[in-house]
Design a binder for this molecule. Structure first.
Ligand SMILES: [Zn+2]
Length: 352
């Protein structure tokens, strides 16, 4: 069985250079790619998970074979017997070895330390996902040395769980769940458009004031039932998207409204609250788009789309430095391809 090594140090991962064309991979081999110290714990995850490409839409039937996909495939005597049969040859297979290095590796022929975010551009989607998983596990290990109840040391019980040596409290890695939403609208000079009113999930019907979209009248609610799709009026997708710049963005790009889910809140409530808090905008037709592990350091981003209903932009200045409606032809710099924000924006761009 192959051993795939994810060796990390302070947010960087050790990669093997594949020739001179800029390709990299996770090191593979029975032995670690660099000598380890006795205290370097190696976490072995016995089975590599099937990892669909982040670039693949959540509901696409063209995703790499997964158990769910196989189950819906037509019965055939020649169908692949296992879910792994259709995984491309380039996919890593075997076990994942997770190691936290004490110091960065330098001067080793054929190897290079690279920032985890930057590794998205040079690794396959499957390997980037494994690298992220390793980073999250290391972060969790470093931040769960002692019991939160009694303060005694925690001890590994399985490869991904710990138990308190005093009170027995069990601990598993925890995710910080965040929502991110693409809000779009039809541009109507001087007036806001209200696509899809009356179909707000769980809200009952909204009294329908006159639609402001010229010549469209009311919009059948069934139009907005497709997962992750904007309401479509007369075959046209919304012309404008709401983009914002948070103070903590690195670089000049704009992104989508996003924020952490609060205790006791549904995902949909978090979406509505974040948009309202950050921009003063009211939205409707909140629809699931897809999700993405976000190992910076332990996040799960859950993506949604929503329709603009009302309100003028009033930025939450403590969080945002800028924000506005943008058309496809006048977009500012947008996030890199590693993010679900970019997938959401690209999906809207392709609806033109
Ligand atoms: Zn304890």
């Amino acid at each position: 069985m192959n051993k795939v090594w994810a060796c990390l140090c302070a947010g960087d991962i050790l990669l093997r250079r594949e020739g001179a064309d800029g390709a990299f991979s996770l090191p593979v081999g029975e032995e670690p790619p660099v000598p380890l110290r006795p205290w370097n714990r190696v976490t072995t995850l016995a089975t590599l998970p099937a990892v669909p490409s982040p670039a693949t839409p959540a509901f696409s039937a063209t995703a790499p074979a997964t158990p769910a996909f196989s189950a819906t495939a037509p019965a055939s005597a020649t169908a692949p017997a296992s879910a792994t049969a259709a995984v491309p040859d380039s996919s890593p297979s075997g076990s994942l070895q997770v190691v936290r290095l004490d110091r960065p590796v330098t001067g080793v022929e054929g190897f290079e330390m690279m920032n985890l975010r930057a590794s998205f551009d040079v690794l396959s989607a499957e390997e980037y996902a494994l690298a992220g998983k390793a980073a999250e596990l290391i972060y969790w290990d470093q931040n769960s040395k002692f019991c939160g109840c009694c303060g005694a040391p925690m001890k590994f019980e399985t490869e991904i769980s710990k138990r308190c040596t005093n009170c027995g409290k069990e601990l598993w890695p925890q995710l910080a769940t965040a929502v991110i939403v693409r809000v779009t609208r039809y541009s109507v000079p001087g007036k806001s458009s209200v696509p899809g009113q009356g179909s707000v999930p769980g809200q009952g019907s909204v009294p329908s004031s006159k639609s402001c979209v010229p010549g469209q009248g009311s919009v059948p609610s069934s139009k907005s039932s497709e997962p992750g799709r904007d309401s479509v009026l007369g075959g046209l997708s919304p012309e404008e998207v709401l983009l914002v710049r948070a103070h903590n963005f690195r670089g000049p790009h704009y992104g989508l409204v996003a924020g952490f889910v609060e205790t006791g809140e549904t995902l949909e409530e978090a979406v509505r609250r974040e948009v309202r808090e950050e921009t003063g905008i009211e939205i409707a037709n909140i629809r699931y788009f897809g999700s993405q592990p976000w190992p910076y350091p332990c996040g799960l981003m859950v993506g949604f789309t929503a329709d603009y209903v009302s309100g003028d932009i009033r930025l939450q200045r403590s969080e945002l430095s800028a924000g506005d409606w943008f058309t496809r032809d006048q977009l500012p710099p947008i996030p890199g391809k590693a993010s679900i924000a970019r997938r959401l924006i690209d999906d809207w761009l392709e609806q033109r």
